[in-house]
Design a protein around this ligand. Structure first.
Ligand code: ATP
Ligand code: MG
Length: 512
């Protein structure tokens, strides 16, 4: 390099420095700093931050955050959102002037995240354009519309008798190990061609259980349209408490884009317990079953966010399937009754039916869908009424017949029909049944086509009938999906397809 070049560079650098010196405008940043006074499991008491707002995020050392929950005159009760083993009394605490938020957007689809949006899978950082606060107000009544489109679960008994509509909140409740999660997962699997995005929100669960669910979803290709939001059972109660709110914010983003979204909260019993733990540690007064007084409010605030938006707000919907675990079949305990009163119906799973192998163990008598009936496809309406009545009658008669009463032919026939209904409602996990298949089978059922099939051959007959779904005329299919009611000719077409399917069943001929 020649010396003149060097001189030039030096001169340029000097000019640059003096230039930036002129523009240098030192500002002092004020940050309010408090001190940790004491720590208990998942909670810290902080002093010296009088200006802190309710639910404001506070920053502790080692990248630990907390949420201001109790605002007293001279101290704050902070719910910690992470492990507190390194936190000590006397540690500094900084205000952040913001509330907890979470990344939302397309980048989350197919991902597994925790309650703060940190990735829990091995796919690297999440790409996102927006962050939403974890707590958001529910859409106002004026932006909502009645539930009017069905959300097909692919589970025959639910789609026929306890139908769910898009934007509805339907509780799934039952004792432990009665198939609650399976119903929710089957419903997610059935959305693969329905343009419904799904959020599976696992609250305070064992990592192994969630890993099993994720691998099932992956295997069936359902992670292509699903987000998993997850907090472990041994994570801080603060993180567990936030999980469903965070998952709902992710879902709301999609709903606001005009999409149909399904969210599963698995389960709100654990959520209520996490909140009880926090409240007791914060020394809030305990009420019934030691739950704090506002336990109803925290769940209604959450479930009110599920709705069907009207056309001027994009027409999106958020359907919620909250899950509750009952103890010893007590559906009148505090948390179950609370959630039953908040939701638009419930699917009750009975351990008795589970033991009998009648899976999914849906107890039809204790289950109801208060708004789904209006959204159900027209073709189902006649079937639903007929099956519900036939089932109830046969149950009653069956109880009666146990007393050794001699039964007349009609009664016997009703009992036999009831047994067949129960057999048809049996369905293995992860085998969703499509709408045309369901209509063929259920229509055959109410028209007595299964009456002559021996009980042990019902499943064979059902499978043969399902295969006929490809032969339903296109025009009829289109009308079915446009929710038109079926006329007599349509019914006859479907019934004759079903009849043809099992005409050659050898057992049928022997039986007759
Ligand atoms: P937990 O209380 O542990 O959360 P749960 O009520 O969510 O349990 P699941 O885990 O869904 O119940 O199911 C319990 C068991 O029943 C599982 O082993 C599952 O494979 C089985 N199961 C559920 N539904 C069916 C079905 N329709 N057919 C066959 N097996 C089923
Ligand atoms: Mg479960």
């Amino acid at each position: 390099m020649r010396s003149t070049d060097l001189d030039q560079i030096l001169e340029d650098t000097f000019l640059e420095i003096s230039d930036s010196k002129q523009n240098y405008d030192p500002t002092i940043q004020f940050r309010e700093m408090g001190i940790v006074k004491n720590i208990s499991a998942g909670i810290a008491t902080v002093t010296g931050l009088p200006g802190t707002g309710f639910e404001e995020l506070l920053e502790f050392p080692n990248n630990l955050y907390g949420m201001a929950f109790n605002l007293d005159e001279d101290e704050i009760g902070v719910v910690l959102l992470g492990r507190n083993d390194q936190l000590q009394a006397g540690d500094p605490v900084l205000r952040t002037h913001r509330v907890a938020d979470i990344p939302v957007g397309e980048g989350l689809i197919g991902r597994v995240v925790d309650s703060l949006g940190n990735p829990m899978d091995d796919k690297g950082p999440i790409s996102f354009q927006h962050r939403y606060p974890i707590e958001r107000p529910a859409p106002p009544i004026m932006s909502r519309e009645a539930v009017n489109a069905p959300l097909q679960t692919g589970i025959k008994v639910i789609d026929a008798i306890i139908p769910i509509g898009r934007g509805q909140r339907e509780l799934i409740l039952g004792d432990r190990q009665t198939g609650k999660t399976s119903i929710a997962i089957d419903t997610i699997l059935n959305q693969h061609d329905k343009n419904v995005l799904c959020i599976y929100c696992a609250i305070g669960q064992r990592t192994a259980a969630v890993a099993t669910v994720i691998s099932e979803l992956q295997e069936k290709g359902a992670m292509d349209y699903t987000v998993v939001v997850f907090s472990e059972g041994n994570s801080s109660p603060g993180l567990q408490y936030l999980t469903p709110y965070a998952a709902t914010s992710i879902a709301e983003y999609f709903m606001e884009q005009g999409r149909d979204v399904l969210i599963v909260y698995d389960d709100l019993t654990k959520h209520a317990r996490a909140y009880r733990e926090l409240s007791l540690l914060l020394r809030r007064p305990p009420g019934r079953e030691a739950f704090p007084g506002d336990i109803f409010y925290i769940h209604s605030r959450l479930l009110e966010r599920s709705t069907h938006l009207n056309a001027s707000n994009g027409g999106g919907s958020l359907t919620a399937l909250p899950i509750i675990e009952t103890q010893a079949q007590d559906i009148s305990a505090y948390i179950p009754t609370n959630i039953i009163s908040i939701t638009d119906g419930q699917i009750y799973l009975s351990p008795k039916l589970f033991e009998l192998g009648l899976l999914p163990a849906v107890d039809i008598g204790k289950s109801v869908s208060r708004v789904g009936g209006k959204a159900q496809l027209g073709a189902y309406r006649k079937i639903a009424g007929n099956l519900k009545l036939a089932y109830a009658q046969s149950e009653e008669l069956e109880t009666f017949s146990r007393f050794g009463t001699r039964l007349d032919a009609d009664t016997q026939k009703m009992i036999e029909r009831g047994k067949r209904i129960r057999m048809i409602f049996k369905q293995p996990e992860m085998e969703p049944v499509s709408v045309p298949e369901q209509l063929l089978v259920l229509m055959a059922l109410i028209h007595g086509i299964f009456d002559s099939v021996p009980l042990d051959k019902i499943t064979t007959a059902e499978n043969l009938i399902k295969k006929k779904s490809s032969q339903i005329p296109d025009a009829l299919l289109r009308r079915i999906f446009a929710s038109e009611s079926l006329n007599e000719a349509d019914e006859a077409t479907i019934v004759s397809l079903a009849k043809d399917a099992i005409a050659n069943l050898p057992e049928l001929q022997n039986h007759e």
